[in-house]
Design a protein around this ligand. Structure first.
Ligand SMILES: [Zn+2]
Length: 374
């Protein structure tokens, strides 16, 4: 995840953020336009007009990336998949989509809409350029933007993760074969292959011409970034497949409540009896009403010698500080939900009736055990 350093606001309810690394690129793009592109394309104009249109072009360049990410985001929203935010950074943009699409065709359309929207925007810029016409600086900025957007679409369609082309490829194999894991494996391997190719090109171009150090570094950074992403996607696909079809309710071990008035050592004994091995958390009741959770983790701050004189109610976490989740909720989905992940404990309910608690550690332990055994 890329840190969003500056918040620009919201578009269609989606937060737009910019990472500081983008400012460096903005300066580079402006300089490229001001010093090379525009004077070459439209010679004979003043320095200041190259500079003004350089800044203008750089701004529209980032607006183009934003437009591309918005296309992905709005398509995701169409499928009721939440988009947390869009972050622009030095390698482009990322739309942080809350969860992976459930169906192949959803992933296909979410992925392909980015490049399509870039081609459309590129066409509009080229059209604007020819409407303005002549070898003016303004027309040339639009021609440059048109070209850049089309190149952006082509680059994104390279069939390797995490580029759009990789997603399109995965969706296609997934659609045809029905196997999400196999599709991800193929898309990941091709993505890794492409990343190694970039890294190698970077190294070779360093040896061929040391003046190319800028573009060589660029290739290396991009290659390493793509390599990590391609590997990461395969890993998360394994997690998804390994954990799918399990509900949170299946993880709840201790359903036996302890009483708020019980002495702590007695309550802990009862937790051990009730679950065959001490459960990490148990519901606390008073007069039959659920009032809190007794969590072993919170006892670590309490010296063992004081346990004897302590009652459950003195150390429990009150129920209003615990988030309730239905037992049918899918484990994999819960792991992806950032709000849930920030809760130390979850109250698991069945038809709104509390059946037990899960600590974040319970969930992680279970997931790890499960993934090791698959
Ligand atoms: Zn894209």
């Amino acid at each position: 995840m890329i840190a969003s350093s500056i918040r620009l606001g919201k578009i269609a309810g989606i937060e737009i953020g910019v990472n500081y690394s983008l400012l460096l690129i903005a300066a580079l793009v402006t300089y490229q336009l001001y010093a090379f592109e525009l004077p070459q394309r439209a010679p004979g104009f003043s320095e200041s007009s190259y500079l003004v249109y350089g800044v203008f072009g750089a701004l529209l360049f980032f607006a183009s990336i934003l437009w591309h990410e918005l296309a992905h985001s709005l398509m995701a929203r169409f499928y009721k998949i939440r988009v947390r935010r869009i972050v622009l950074f030095f390698l482009g943009g990322v739309a942080e989509i809350e969860q992976e699409p459930r169906k192949a065709h959803q992933e296909f359309w979410i992925a392909i809409l980015g490049p399509i929207s870039s081609v459309v925007l590129g066409g509009l810029f080229l059209g604007a350029g020819s409407l303005i016409g002549g070898a003016t600086v303004m027309a040339e900025v639009f021609f440059w933007l048109g070209l850049i957007n089309i190149l952006l679409a082509i680059f994104n369609m390279i069939p390797g993760f995490p580029l759009d082309g990789g997603r399109v490829l995965r969706a296609a194999i997934w659609w045809i074969s029905g196997s999400y894991l196999r599709a991800t494996r193929w898309a990941s391997y091709i993505g890794q292959g492409f990343a190694y190719f970039l890294i190698l090109s970077g190294i070779v171009s360093l040896f061929v011409n040391t003046l190319l150090i800028g573009s060589a570094l660029w290739l290396l950074i991009l290659g390493v970034f793509l390599l990590n992403a391609a590997k990461g996607h395969l890993q998360s696909a394994h997690v998804r497949v390994g954990l799918s079809g399990i509900s949170l309710g299946e993880l709840v071990r201790n359903r036996m409540p302890v009483d708020a008035s019980w002495p702590l050592p007695y309550a802990i004994d009862m937790m051990a009896v009730g679950s065959g091995g001490v459960a990490s958390a148990a519901p606390v009741v008073r007069n039959g009403q659920l009032v809190g959770v007794l969590a072993l983790e919170t006892l670590q701050v309490l010296p063992r010698l004081q346990w004897g004189g302590t009652r459950v109610e003195n150390v429990m976490v009150p129920i209003d500080r615990v988030r309730a989740v239905e037992a049918q909720r899918d484990l994999y989905e819960a792991l992806q939900d950032e709000d849930l992940r920030q809760q130390p404990y979850l109250l698991i309910t069945d038809d709104r009736r509390p059946i037990g608690f899960l600590s974040q550690r319970d969930i992680m332990n279970f997931a790890e055990r499960r993934l090791r055994s698959t």
